[in-house]
Design a protein around this ligand. Structure first.
Ligand SMILES: Nc1nc2c(ncn2[C@@H]2O[C@H](COP(=O)(O)OP(=O)(O)OP(=O)(O)O)[C@@H](O)[C@H]2O)c(=O)[nH]1
Ligand SMILES: [Mg+2]
Ligand SMILES: [Zn+2]
Length: 290
């Protein structure tokens, strides 16, 4: 499945790419980019009858507060963030890291717009923190073939999904990686119109194998409901220190003697705690309503 647009979808198989229709009330649907599907070809237009089980899935909270799949069966989540314009929000990277682990994807970070004026100390701190947590961080300009080559090597024949804020260069990278021209837009135009340049995720094969899924930029990325252990799993440094925490069922929220509190970088810990608190208050909120 390359792309879904309402009742229609684009699929690829050995014979090429074609447009098909989704069966009404498709179980587990609607399918998303990356889904493997069964197509019934007995009529004039193929109909998607079944979505095969997903090996991985990137999920977020969509409109209406429902959990929504963004991309299925991707191997790697590449969080694309600009060092400036739009401003770097390190905690967005952390939220994506939690979603990646929860969905079974590897995670890497690509920082773009390094050619623009930016806060050098802040970017160095964010890079160091992410690398210390065990994540690959690439940095450069999406317009520079050097960064594009590094991203290609990072993907290494896998299926990679590019995600992040609007205007950070996901489509610019996708075009350079795949040779398929994607619409890109100025950040100022986007702010004026309030719209994102890319509107739907699309899977595009890479010439040397693997594929890139260019997704629509987000304003914010809300995680599906999960408990503190699932959140900690998205913070490799916290998950590691947690193995040395002597309190059973510790949430690592600040008790003296907790190994996580003693060992982990304070900014990382604050980011983790903000997510645990948000998840728990959302749960309390949901419970209070029924
Ligand atoms: N100077 C500079 N400009 C960049 C860089 N990366 C992207 N741009 C520009 O930033 C603008 C937005 O890039 P896009 O590739 O459309 O961003 P996007 O992440 O796909 O945005 P959405 O589709 O809205 O999510 C375009 O004008 C790009 O040319 C970079 O590394 N440096
Ligand atoms: Mg785009
Ligand atoms: Zn603890």
């Amino acid at each position: 499945m390359l792309r879904v647009a309402g009742p229609l979808a684009e699929v690829a198989d050995a014979s090429g790419t074609r447009e098909v229709r989704l069966a009404p009330r498709l179980p587990g649907g609607p399918p998303v980019a990356g889904d493997r599907v069964v197509v019934d070809d007995t009529g004039t237009q193929g109909i998607v009858r079944e979505i095969l089980p997903r090996r991985t899935v990137l999920e977020r909270i969509g409109s209406g507060g429902r959990v929504r799949a963004v991309v299925a069966n991707a191997d790697l989540l590449v969080v694309v963030a600009a060092v400036a314009d739009p401003p770097l929000v390190p905690r967005l990277i952390d939220r994506y890291a939690v979603a990646a682990v929860a969905g079974g994807l590897d995670l890497a970070v690509v920082l773009t717009k390094h050619d623009l004026p930016h806060d050098v100390d802040e970017v160095a701190a964010v890079t160091a923190r992410q690398r210390a947590a065990g994540h690959t961080v690439l940095i450069g300009s999406a317009l520079d073939p050097a960064l594009v080559g590094e991203v290609r090597d990072l993907i290494d024949g896998r299926i990679a999904v590019l995600a992040g804020h609007s205007g950070v260069g996901k489509s610019t990278l996708t075009s350079a990686l795949t040779g398929v021209q994607r619409a890109t837009g100025e950040v100022s135009d986007r702010l004026r119109s309030g719209r994102h340049t890319t509107t739907d995720p699309r899977l595009i094969p890479l010439p040397a194998g693997g594929a890139v899924v260019d997704t629509a930029g987000v304003r914010a990325f809300w995680l599906p409901p999960m408990d503190h252990a699932q959140i900690a799993a998205g913070f490799p440094d916290i998950a590691d220190a947690a193995t040395r925490c002597r309190f059973p069922d510790c949430r690592h929220m600040g008790d003296a003697g907790c190994a996580v509190v003693d060992e982990v970088d304070p900014e990382r810990l604050a980011s983790y705690r903000a997510l645990v608190e948000a998840a728990e208050s959302a749960e309390r909120f949901a419970r209070g309503r029924d």
